[in-house]
Write a protein that binds this ligand. Structure first.
Ligand SMILES: Cc1ncc(COP(=O)(O)O)c(C=O)c1O
Length: 402
């Protein structure tokens, strides 16, 4: 299992040094944790013909994408923007898998012009768009269908029903292409290993209805134990069962795995400083210098992220950690157990590597923090913090100040 992190990510001295160098709030990525996780996931699937693709929807920092590239992973792209970032990070088009939704013709053409080798489409209509614009001068892509099978994928808007497979094969043939793959994604954040392993048999039997079936893309969706004491997705068990089953097939199938959250969630913390303290009865209400717009998951999506501090933990108090706006949902954490803190004390919000910075926004007109990569005792800036000029970017108005 991926070991949950120690409660404190690094020493107080390091936290102070980082905030002195880059200001607060600050996203801090720990290279050693990221590499350990990448290696762990890679080694947990013994099936020989396996490729790993990091789902960059969770984190599009190019310096981090390069870490995945250096460890032999490709990229899984949900959107053309994901592809653009992957190319900037130095991934070649054969290392990028696209499996998104609802491209217009120009975007579909762009994906083909970029030379993306593997394209998983989610509707017959998207397949028709591809057929209509496909030209022989493009690299011939491997084509896959995103599976829609409510018993496995839930009632999802994404994907093609098995009864449409025949029609899909026909449309692809009209462009001189074949349907080579099946793409399965059961939704994000599932820690129940069996929810994946129980699906294998059905997926394989559905996929084998495709005459040219040669690859299986198994998602995406693997959970991360944000509640450190609770069950975690069991990569070794999953890898063993899937590999064993694929090895028994009567044809050679390539396997693709595209974890997002599980690969990067635990490698980052968001540091912030306390700027205000009040008590409501026995509850400590901390105001910190970051906001739900910098990290939307806990408050907007109800996700839990543990919050820790380095200060004397002898006595802990029920604490709400509140962002620096008046938005009624601006809570980074509710009912956290924290010591009595003082102004300028540092807190760390743990496990924010996935869907953290990537989901930040300018809602509330707070600026986005910097991102830093910590490698042992060295650190380097991998994204600048913003200044107020960013709030004017692309706005068109008459500047009455001059
Ligand atoms: C097709 C696909 N694969 C992978 C992912 C990453 O999911 P997760 O972070 O749950 O692994 C997503 C997320 O939206 C997705 O849509």
């Amino acid at each position: 299992m991926i070991k949950p992190r120690d409660p404190l990510p690094f020493s107080l001295a390091v936290a102070q040094e980082l905030l002195a160098a880059y200001n607060s709030p600050l996203y801090v990525y720990q290279l050693d944790r990221l590499v350990t996780t990448i290696t762990y996931i890679t080694n947990s699937i013994p099936y020989p013909d396996t490729q790993f693709h990091f789902a960059s929807v969770t984190n599009g920092n190019v310096a981090l994408l390069q870490v995945f590239r250096n460890h032999g992973w490709g990229i899984h792209a949900n959107t053309p923007g994901d592809i653009y970032l992957a190319l900037a990070a130095g991934f070649t088009p054969d290392r990028i898998v696209y499996s998104g939704s609802n491209l217009d013709r120009d975007e579909m053409r762009q994906v083909l012009e970029w030379g993306i080798h593997t394209i998983n489409l989610d509707s017959l209509s998207q397949l028709e768009t591809l057929r209509d614009i496909y030209r022989d001068e493009y690299i011939k892509p491997r084509l896959g269908l995103r599976l829609n099978f409510p018993a496995l994928t839930g009632a999802s808007r994404i994907g093609v029903h098995p009864e449409q497979f025949g029609k899909a094969v026909e449309i692809a043939r009209e462009a001189g292409l074949t349907i080579d793959g099946i793409h399965f994604y059961r939704g994000t954040g599932t820690n129940a290993t069996q929810a994946f392993t129980d699906a294998i048999e059905t997926i394989l039997s559905l996929a084998s209805q495709l005459p040219d079936w040669s690859y299986l893309d198994f998602g995406g969706g693997f959970g991360y134990p944000y509640h450190h004491e609770k069950a975690a997705f069991d990569w070794v068990e999953f890898g063993r069962i899937l590999s064993e089953r694929l090895s028994r097939l009567d044809r050679k199938i390539q396997l693709a795995i595209e974890p997002g959250r599980a690969a990067i969630a635990g490698s980052a913390v968001l540091l912030a400083r306390v700027v205000s303290i009040k008590w409501q009865g026995k509850k400590q209400i901390l105001g910190v210098d970051t906001t739900v717009a910098n990290l939307s998951v806990p408050s907007v999506h109800g996700g839990y992220r543990e919050i820790v501090s380095w200060h004397d933990r002898d006595e802990l108090f029920n604490t709400d950690v509140c962002g620096n706006t008046t938005y009624s949902r601006d809570y980074l954490g509710r009912n956290c157990q924290l010591p009595h803190l003082k102004i300028d004390d540092i807190i760390a919000i743990l496990d924010v590597g996935a869907y953290g910075y990537a989901m930040s926004s300018h809602f509330l007109h707070r600026l986005r923090p910097a991102e830093v990569l910590l490698d042992g005792d060295r650190h380097r800036l991998i994204r600048q913090c913003e200044d107020y000029s960013i709030l004017l970017t692309n706005q068109i108005f008459e500047d009455d100040r001059v």
